[in-house]
Design a protein around this ligand. Structure first.
Ligand code: PLP
Length: 375
């Protein structure tokens, strides 16, 4: 029978859409709540709001909104190149770092190729892989984090990309620098290692690795970073990748000519210069993680120590706990789609938001049967 509409390839029809965290507006509308009373701890955003210099840069750039943006991102790449000690030709800007992950997949994966990622790793890796008709190879996690030895063993002649999230979302696990370096050194040079460092700026300096410095030794390494998290620009969609200039050339061939808008470029330039904003965001996050750890301990809730701006907590009947939290205006993230049906991911908020979440969680856990085994 002739189809009545064009039929997408099976590998597209079989994709499960990415489900983002619910927005404050969604919840206010669906549950008839006052948006001002809703706390959103669901998308690993920076709870502080943008800094003054960023707001001024956006306002100034808005004056030129009739013009196309700089498709080559000259000013931002120049600033990043100075900051990171790499050539501007090694930097690709993306519409969020998500765009960098997609561009890597688009440039390097053909139908039938394999890409490797860890169980419980960021949901975009399987999506970016399968959208090209490539085969996603999920390697079982070790202690909720990446098992790099097993990931290395999973490499075959058909492997084109290995994705590593460090720290990982949603588990918050971190692979130490020495282990990561050994792994990268062991990957065949024809396989691209995409090292996703979306939460890098939240790490204490002692926990960071010289991933960008490693690119000179390992030209098959691509490091992706973002302005969405510690820099606080999630709404603007801007991230970047650092890589060998030859690989950057390939990504630039497949990206849209104007993939990063002018307001985002201007805001990112201002945000990069505002070092104290990022430092204060990291300090606030450390305080929030400690606050949540104390709160979970008091409630008898198991959680995973996190290196990001979020934490996974084991609440048992997570779907029901999630719905009860929502009903009281607290939005967190269920992670059943990550193979973690008993857990919820909570993004670190402002101190009073974390307090509100813990108070509501306490009352919800008392009311949900089967929540938190042993409590
Ligand atoms: C591990 C990881 N990588 C990449 C991203 C993509 O972020 P963005 O596209 O906003 O840079 C996220 C967002 O949550 C993430 O958690």
């Amino acid at each position: 029978m002739t189809p009545t509409v064009p039929v997408a390839p099976a590998y597209v029809r079989e994709l499960a859409r990415y489900v983002p965290g619910k927005s404050i507006e969604d919840v206010a509308r669906d549950l008839n709540l006052d948006p001002k009373g809703i706390v959103k701890l669901a998308s690993n955003e920076n709870p502080r709001g943008p800094g003054a210099a960023v707001l001024a840069a956006i306002a100034a750039a808005a004056q030129e909104a009739t013009r196309y943006p700089d498709g080559n991102g000259f000013a931002l790449k120049a600033a990043l190149s100075t900051r990171l000690g790499v050539d501007a030709a090694q930097i690709v800007l993306g519409n969020g770092s998500n765009d960098i992950l997609e561009l890597a997949a688009q440039a390097y994966l053909r139908p039938g190729d394999e890409a490797i990622y860890s169980q419980h790793a960021f949901a975009v890796y399987p999506l970016a892989t399968r959208a090209r008709g490539a085969i996603g190879v999920e390697v079982p996690a070790r202690d909720y984090g990446h098992d790099l030895a097993r990931m290395r063993a999973a490499i075959t002649p058909r492997t084109r990309i290995v994705f590593v999230a460090n720290p990982n979302n949603p588990t918050g696990t971190l692979v130490a620098a020495a282990e990561l370096l050994d792994f990268i050194a062991s990957v065949p040079p024809g396989v691209l290692v995409v090292l996703d460092e979306a939460y890098n700026e939240y790490l204490e300096p002692a926990d960071r690795c010289d991933s960008v410095g490693w690119i000179a030794r390992f030209p098959n390494l691509l490091v992706s970073r973002t302005f969405s998290k510690a820099y606080g620009l999630a709404a603007l969609r801007i991230g970047y990748g650092i890589m060998d200039a030859g690989i950057a050339d390939m990504l630039n061939r497949v990206r849209q000519p104007f993939n990063v808008n002018a307001l985002a470029q201007a805001a990112a330039l201002a945000a990069l210069a505002d070092v104290s904003y990022v430092d204060a965001s990291r300090a606030l996050n450390q305080m929030g993680l400690a606050q949540l750890a104390v709160g979970f301990a008091e409630l008898g809730v198991e959680f995973l120590p996190s290196h990001g701006n979020f934490v996974l907590a084991k609440v048992g009947n997570a779907e029901q706990v999630y719905q009860r939290l929502l009903a009281q205006g607290v939005i967190v993230r269920p992670v059943a789609n990550y193979g973690l049906p008993e857990w919820l991911r909570i993004s670190v908020g402002l101190t009073d938001e974390n307090d509100r979440f813990l108070a509501v969680l306490g009352s919800v856990l008392d009311s949900v049967p089967m929540s938190v085994p042993g409590r």
